[in-house]
Design a protein around this ligand. Sequence first.
Ligand code: EPZ
Length: 416
Amino acid sequence: MDSIHIYGGNLLKGETRVQGSKNAVLPILAATLLIRGTCVIKNCPRIADVYHMQNLLQELGCMVHWAGSTVTVDAAQVNDNRMSGESVTRMRSSIMLLGAMLGRMGEAVMSYPGGCVIGKRPIDIHLLALRNMGVEITEEDQMFTARALHLQGTQLSLPFPSVGATENVLLAAVLAEGTTVLENAAKEPEIEALCGFLAMAGADISGTGSSRLVIRGVKELHEVKYTVPADRIVAGTYLTAAMAAGGSIFLEQAPAGHLAALFKAVKEMGGSITINKEGIGIDILHRLKSLPYLKTEVYDGFPTDLQSPMMAVMALAEGQSVIEENIFENRFRVVGDLGKMGADIETVKNKAYIRGVEKLSGCTVEAEELRGGAALVVAGLAAEGRTVIKNRHFIERGYENICRDLRDLGADISIG
Ligand code: EPZ
């Protein structure tokens, strides 16, 4: 069965290691297309979205091999510039390959990635930026062709600091003619990771970590050996698991530097966080107080990807709270299933109004997307009785082995 079974009510205790970052490694795998040689990517999470990116790279002619959590990508021979509609629509992040294909081959033919349950997820900002770099885009049916015989450096400011659009500009600009100055760039840690990878390959990028990136085009990039940083959203998810179920856990190799907004919320709710060079500890020794107001923002505000897991925590906290979702237009999908478990949550437009309850009751619920599915796991750990979460495959898109990791932390959880 494609499900997860949880017997809730255990306090969490113990430690587990945090996997490599999904949202860092996907654009980095796309970037290997820019290198006419072999790249070695260590600490690569074994998740569905990475396997899908592997298939896309292989469709384009790359050779991809796994050894444990190390992926080797040989992009010396790239012999295609088309990605099939099915491939692209199966995973939105395939749009990352657009910038890389333009940088490598000067042309890309692909379908619009389309939306998903959390939002329409257009790519207008991506296309605006690439047109600024001399890319011609023609559309036919659901496919479009992007062509630029010579990518030109440019000066542009993004209308919104889109993570994906920032990544596509970086991937197109590193081998372009001239200099690209990108204002209002996204500042998420995954952008920093991509800049780090590209710099290791010989790219000339300044402003890393800021909203103003300057990329001076170079002639070519060289092979890289790279280690993927830990996944801040997976780490944050496991911290919300402890917040909901109670207990004391330690996350090894967790990116403490990227979770300040969550730490602030933990402390305000009555939990305590300890940080050392090995990772992050959290102690939840009593029922948390609710946070009156929480809004999602671009980095370094509270991350939208932890909004649903945090909602599961707030459903059990003492008092009332409001969550305002400002990044995606439809990211309250999990509210219905949390309600089935006994949560008291109402939504009006982009706000969720939560009245904390003393307990949740296990039942059968259905994941509809990745982070909503993770929120149901968090709720199931705290709920009384058995929770069965259907559609485990949504959760496996981003969590390498959430059952293994949470069992390390004392949870009674298994795949069904
Ligand atoms: C990345 O998505 C992440 N995905 C998302 O994580 C994350 O939630 C998001 O950044 C925000 O941090 C990956 O890195 C693979 P955006 P991305 O472009 O690049 C709108 C997860 O759960 N927009 O910053 O798609 C868009 O519709 C996933 O791991 C446009 O309008 O995020 C959205 O409302 C979910 N036009 C907002 O901007 C565009 O051209 C943020 O999108 C591009 C984006």
